[in-house]
Design a protein around this ligand. Structure first.
Ligand SMILES: Cc1cc2nc3c(=O)[nH]c(=O)nc-3n(C[C@H](O)[C@H](O)[C@H](O)COP(=O)(O)O)c2cc1C
Length: 352
């Protein structure tokens, strides 16, 4: 009996989607996003939710092995639970980087099999690997052997030319046989020939039912759904069929949504009551980053969405955009920006 058959035959059924013993909870996750889910964004996200699992931007194995490893893996303990996302396909390199992830304190190491950009395709990184399930399986197996961290895979439901249900099942089964138990599935195919990465996040239609079917077919795999999810109502609906939800763009553009996650999905109180409180709680970190020579604007660009949809939110953003990049810009810029948005009554936790 293959490992995948074993996975299919235990007493657990699709009626109980929770899969345990796989490291941090992935019930609610923020997606890895290049240039967006930086340490500065993640610090804010963590102030808003203790339980949301955060992912780094993708780091390629080449960058980690040949570049400034410390800089690429830099993060704050305050960001935990935190997953490192790797881009790569060489098993030895992936193993080396998975061991680094553990050494640097990450809670999970994730392999990117979803990114469609040309640059990564040329290096056999990202979504093109969906056409090479065995290669992914070898990489995953090597990673599992190199670390005790959970090793997870984030992928699409297909790529052009390999977009059938059978192709998807073959991919998942092959990678699961190598020992991967958690699959984060962006519920659309990637079209590698002709669409930009941005178009590839918008044009191929979302097929949530395929992700639900994966969970039904492989109930012992942890299946996290991703793509186009915006509201808590949508999350609850997806959670009826899958083990977790991953939000990308909405969590970035409207980070206050995260303040509702702990009460809504974890039965805990929210860590902060107001947006003002959240931003002020970030000041000591911003101060220490400024002291390290980081420009204020480099950090604040990830905070601009905090007052999204609020009275004064536009003035808040404008003040920061016009001032944070100036030489010597300090926390005073943020104080002045905060003065432009009315402090609401406590207990106005985000409506998602
Ligand atoms: C700016 C940006 C950068 C992204 N970078 C990555 C990345 O590094 N790794 C990855 O797996 N996906 C990346 N993605 C895709 C997201 O993780 C996610 O799969 C996609 O945005 C769909 O989810 P959403 O509709 O909730 O945004 C990126 C998306 C955006 C918008």
């Amino acid at each position: 009996m293959s490992k995948i058959d074993l996975l299919n035959t235990s007493e657990n059924s699709a009626e109980s989607p929770a899969v345990t013993g796989l490291g941090p909870s992935r019930r609610f996750c923020v997606a890895p996003m290049m240039d967006w889910t930086t340490s500065h964004y993640r610090y804010l996200a963590r102030l808003l939710s203790r339980n949301t699992l955060l992912y780094t931007e993708m780091v390629t194995t080449g960058a980690l092995i040949h570049g400034d490893t410390e800089r690429f893996l830099r993060h704050e303990e305050a960001e935990y639970p935190l997953a490192l996302q790797l881009g790569g396909s060489d098993a030895k390199e992936l193993a080396h980087c998975a061991a680094l992830a553990e050494k640097f304190g990450f809670d999970e190491v994730n392999l990117n099999v979803g990114c469609p950009s040309d640059r990564v395709q040329n290096n056999m990184i990202g979504a093109c690997l969906m056409g090479h399930p065995k290669k992914v399986a070898e990489g995953v197996q090597a990673m599992i052997e190199a670390t005790d961290l959970p090793v997870t895979v984030k992928h699409r439901i297909g790529i052009d030319g390999r977009e059938s249900w059978d192709d998807l099942c073959k991919f998942v089964e092959t990678v699961a046989e190598a020992g991967c138990k958690t699959f984060i599935v962006h519920a659309r195919i990637a079209i590698l020939d002709g669409l930009s990465p941005k178009e590839n996040r918008e044009i191929p239609p979302l097929k949530y039912d395929w992700v639900y079917r994966l969970k039904q077919k492989y109930p012992h795999l942890e299946i996290i759904i991703n793509g186009g999810i915006k509201t808590f109502d949508e999350c609850h609906e997806h959670l009826r069929h899958t083990d977790g939800v991953m939000l990308g763009r909405e969590a970035y553009h409207n980070p206050w949504l995260l303040a509702g996650v702990d009460p809504e999905f974890f039965g805990e109180s929210a860590p902060v009551q107001t947006r003002h409180e959240a931003l002020r709680a970030m000041f000591p970190f911003i101060e220490s980053e400024l002291a390290r020579g980081v420009y204020l604007g480099h950090m604040t660009r990830h905070l601009l969405g905090l007052f999204h949809g609020q009275p004064g939110g536009r003035q808040f953003r404008r003040h920061i955009s016009e001032n944070a990049h100036k030489p010597g810009a300090s926390l005073e810029v943020l104080e002045a920006a905060l003065a432009k948005v009315r402090e609401p009554e406590p207990a106005t936790i985000a409506e998602a």
